[in-house]
Design a protein around this ligand. Structure first.
Ligand SMILES: Cc1ncc(C[n+]2csc(CCOP(=O)(O)OP(=O)(O)O)c2C)c(N)n1
Ligand SMILES: [Mg+2]
Length: 295
């Protein structure tokens, strides 16, 4: 048996998310490499999962009955690591080793190295298929756990995802939930454009994802991915078997890339990057309300 975290209040979740965001930007700065925009857009969803939803036990990260979570957008690893550390899977101080050659915290998640990581990811497009396998395995073996997968909106361009979107309803995988981090941006933009919003594709802005997924046989809902009341409300609807009715669920979470820090929010330019000392001070003040003086 694993133990679910007592569900934190939305105020507590917001405070944890500010800590996690600070750890993300501070860690990438100290390791001098890493992604920022994707981890920050996913932070609130990750915090809600690990502090209010997933049935996991940091002292027994491989428990057979635990809920599974796959960060298919594996470039956002530092976001997952920050949340896993705050949840107690490993010491927060270990984040300082991020992306070092001998670290358990590699630049992309490695299930053989990091406590709490259920799948190795980084090559975009693969996580949903792995998650469907876990969900199918759970059904065949009679396990009651739920499998959650998070993909990016740019990642939806990977064809392998759509093979699983097609097949998961046929297997009745109502124990599988996909979260789409719909931040409207991916890696590159058009620097000549006036607006930061002109990403190379605006990946799925032209697609009615709810209709597409519903058409494939999924249960689909759209939420604000930074509003904890909406996130927890969606999670509650997911676990209500009445609504799922034998279907997998997709939560389409509208987010902002780089969310929570003024100079990273809403621009593809901070897909990855290393903050300067001055930028770090700005981020610290915005997230923690303190300065580094006297540290
Ligand atoms: C198969 C594959 N192609 C390309 C990349 C390089 N890459 C890493 S992140 C990224 C953009 C992803 O955009 P999105 O899915 O929207 O993620 P987010 O906005 O959340 O960062 C790309 C192209 C990769 N990791 N894997
Ligand atoms: Mg994106």
């Amino acid at each position: 048996m694993t133990t679910a975290a007592p569900r934190a209040s939305t105020e507590e979740l917001a405070a944890i998310a500010r800590q996690a965001r600070w750890k993300i930007i501070e860690t990438v700065a100290s390791s001098r490499a890493g992604h920022i925009g994707g981890p920050l857009s996913a932070t609130d969803l990750l915090v809600a999962l690990y502090f209010a939803q997933l049935d996991v036990d940091p002292s027994d990260p491989r428990a057979a009955g635990r809920d599974r979570f796959i960060l298919s957008k594996g470039h956002s690893a530092i976001g997952l690591y920050a949340v896993l550390a705050l949840r107690g899977f490993f010491p927060v101080d270990e984040l300082a080793t991020f992306d070092h050659g001998d670290s358990r915290l590699q630049g992309h998640p490695d299930m053989l190295l990091t406590p709490g990581v259920d799948a190795s990811t980084g090559s975009l497009g693969q996580g949903l298929s792995a998650g469907a396998g876990m969900a199918l395995g759970a059904k065949r073996l009679g396990h009651g756990f739920h499998t959650w997968v998070m993909v990016g909106d740019g990642e939806l361009e990977e064809g392998m995802i759509w093979e699983t979107v097609l097949s998961a309803p046929r297997f009745g995988l109502d124990n599988l939930t996909l979260i789409i981090d719909l931040n409207g941006l991916q890696q590159y933009g058009w620097p000549a454009e006036d607006s930061d919003r002109f990403d190379r594709s605006e990946p799925v802005g032209h697609v009615d994802l709810e209709r597409v997924f519903t058409g494939f046989g999924w249960n689909a809902l759209t939420i604000d991915g930074h509003d904890f009341d909406e996130i927890l409300g969606a999670f509650d609807r997911v676990v209500s078997s009445r609504e799922r009715a034998g279907r997998p669920t997709v939560i389409i979470a509208r987010t902002a890339k780089g969310r929570g820090v003024s100079f990273t929010e809403g621009t593809y330019r901070w897909h990855n990057g290393v903050a300067t000392e001055e930028q770090l001070e700005t981020a610290r003040a915005e997230l923690l309300g303190t300065t580094g003086a006297g540290r």
